[in-house]
Write a protein that binds this ligand. Structure first.
Ligand code: CAA
Length: 257
């Protein structure tokens, strides 16, 4: 399957998706959204694939929603057409997605990275929500996910001033899991993805749901959800296999059952 705005390749058990609008610094227009939704639905449905890496170019992961596409839009088109609602389908991906961010991740680009499950940043990465400078505001979850990731003080400052945050500050404030030298970004992200893809597939999906539930529920409800799902994993063949493999001092052979 080929896409107008993405390059998609599989590397063993890992799907690598590269945003490919270099002339627009990977600005996220409607075609990118349609392509992302289709590519990640295909990834999720492919049992040979265990984890995905989403990346951009060396200069830009993505410089935001496409300003030229939005310029002529009015309230009716944006609200009535629910312009960014498709991203809910991207975030419905059940297998993990790692954002490998080099260069600019601004506005919708920062928001897209935050929709992924793990962000690994190159040391040249820059994150920000500069929509305020365009007379608008973040519209793909920035005020919500950034606040949950870095706290109110820093999120408020970034969203109200448009200041960009470098990779070191992003790591310090909890937005990114790890910063790596730019030259190693893809190798490091793929290595992490391979590690995840090598785990029991049902447990991987369960962990993603459990961690995400921390954003949606109270502590008591989240812990109960975790405990129920944890118990449910004891109904899988991979629990039997994983624990037997540990006791027998051998690698586990997962079946995804
Ligand atoms: N939308 C559309 N086109 C964009 C774009 C965007 N978000 N960002 C960059 N481009 C285009 C530029 O217009 C330019 O195209 P032309 O050559 O045809 O003029 C090309 O990409 C290269 O960009 P620059 O010449 O500006 O590159 P630079 O190195 O001088 O600057 C930059 C890089 C600082 C990232 C600058 O491009 C910039 O500020 N971009 C806009 C960032 C922004 O405001 N993002 C938020 C968008 S709104 C949003 O995302 C809403 C939301 O939350 C959903």
């Amino acid at each position: 399957m080929s896409y107008e705005t993405l390059l998609v390749e599989t590397r063993g058990t890992v799907t690598l998706v590269t945003l490919n609008r270099p002339d627009a610094l990977n600005a996220l227009n409607s075609q990118v959204l349609a392509d992302l939704v289709a590519a990640f639905a295909a990834f999720d449905a492919d049992p040979s694939q265990g984890c995905a890496v989403l990346t951009g170019s060396a200069k830009a992961f993505a410089a935001g929603a496409d300003i030229k596409e939005m310029q002529a839009m009015d309230f009716a088109g944006m609200y009535g057409g629910d312009h960014f609602a498709g991203y809910l389908r991207f975030t419905a991906t059940r297998k993990p997605v790692i954002a490998a961010v080099s260069g600019f991740a601004l506005g919708g680009g920062c928001e897209l990275a935050m929709m992924c499950d793990i962000i690994i940043a190159a040391d040249n990465a820059k994150f920000g929500q500069p929509e305020i400078k365009l007379g608008v505001a973040p519209g793909m979850g920035g005020t919500q996910r950034l606040t949950r990731a870095v706290g109110k003080a820093k999120a408020m400052e970034l969203c109200l001033t448009g200041r960009l945050m470098d990779a070191a500050e992003a790591e310090r404030s909890g937005l990114v899991a790890r910063v790596v030298p730019a030259d190693n970004l893809l190798a490091e992200a793929i290595k992490a993805a391979e590690t995840i893809a090598g785990m029991a597939p049902i447990a991987v999906k369960a962990v993603k749901e459990m961690v995400n539930s921390a954003y949606e529920t109270t502590l008591t409800q989240g812990i109960q959800f975790e405990r129920r799902l944890f118990a449910g994993l004891f109904g899988t063949a991979d629990q039997t296999e994983g624990m037997a493999a540990f006791v027998e001092k051998r690698p586990a052979n997962w079946t995804g059952r």
